[in-house]
Design a protein around this ligand. Structure first.
Ligand code: FE2
Length: 264
């Protein structure tokens, strides 16, 4: 009855493919901020994450302050990121296209490739592990991967190693930290549409918001719901409030740029 997934690019792809249907719910309309829901009410965000810069405090005295800085030749041979086939990479570059334009986005991607410490590989936890192993000095990862390692044991990220990792919420004097979400919508052919809507309304309740976001180590979607202790470790920041639906439309262009600059 319901498709639950992560990343607005995926939710938009589902919408374009006719997998979802519009939902008429005063509860969802009132509870979920407008920026976290589809304009046609085909999907709603239930929790949020930021994609931020982590770095080895011993090796990087002046960490990048913005996404754009990641392409600075000063960081040659230091940067780790996952592959361009991954949706997180695609949505991040799509947001840079939206905020800075196609030309700047291409220059950025080219510069980051030139700064790579290794070929793109692994998931976001592997980027953090790269800081611990010494292979990477600067890594980009979603906030919940780090927060999870605070909440419970994650292989390769023990507390003593984590103590050497610093982080930067990028572009705090500019567009803000790149955000994405976990969310979902009602399936176009849902046999139990009414209950599906009730379940989504429940996910937007204070109680469900708290345990859903805490369980994912994410930020709640509904304003005023408490942030879990592991997530609170990262501190407060200013999010990029760019329209993620617009960002998702840039994914084909982002993929083209990745191919052109040789981001594997
Ligand atoms: Fe993830």
């Amino acid at each position: 009855d319901i498709l639950l997934t992560v990343d607005t690019s995926r939710l938009e792809r589902a919408k374009d493919a006719g997998v979802l249907q519009s939902v008429d719910s005063d509860v969802l309309e009132a509870r979920i901020p407008a920026s976290l829901q589809d304009a046609d009410n085909q999907w709603f965000g239930f929790s949020q994450r930021a994609r931020i810069i982590f770095y080895d405090k011993a090796d990087v005295p002046n960490p990048p302050a913005t996404y754009v800085d990641l392409a600075d030749p000063a960081y040659k041979g230091q940067v780790c990121h996952r592959s361009s086939s991954n949706v997180y990479s695609q949505t991040l570059l799509s947001s840079i296209i939206e905020n800075h334009g196609e030309e700047a986005a291409k220059d950025w991607a080219k510069g980051v490739v030139e700064n790579f410490a290794r070929d793109p590989q692994g998931g976001d936890t592997d980027q953090l592990r790269g800081l611990v192993s010494g292979e990477c000095d600067i890594s980009i990862s979603n906030t919940y991967y780090f927060a999870r390692s605070v909440r419970k044991d994650v292989d390769g990220l023990p507390a003593e190693a984590r103590a050497n990792i610093g982080w930067v919420f990028p572009a705090q004097n500019g567009e803000g930290a790149h955000m994405n979400l976990s969310g979902g919508g009602v399936a176009a052919n849902a046999p139990n549409k009414e209950n599906a809507i009730k379940f989504m309304e429940y996910l937007a309740s204070d109680q469900a918001q708290q345990y859903f976001s805490a369980g994912n180590d994410e930020y709640p979607a509904v304003p005023g719901v408490a942030i879990s202790p592991s997530v609170a470790t990262l501190g407060l920041f200013r999010p990029d409030d760019v329209d993620l639906t617009k960002v998702a439309k840039n994914v084909p262009m982002a993929q083209k740029i990745f191919n052109e600059v040789g981001w594997k």
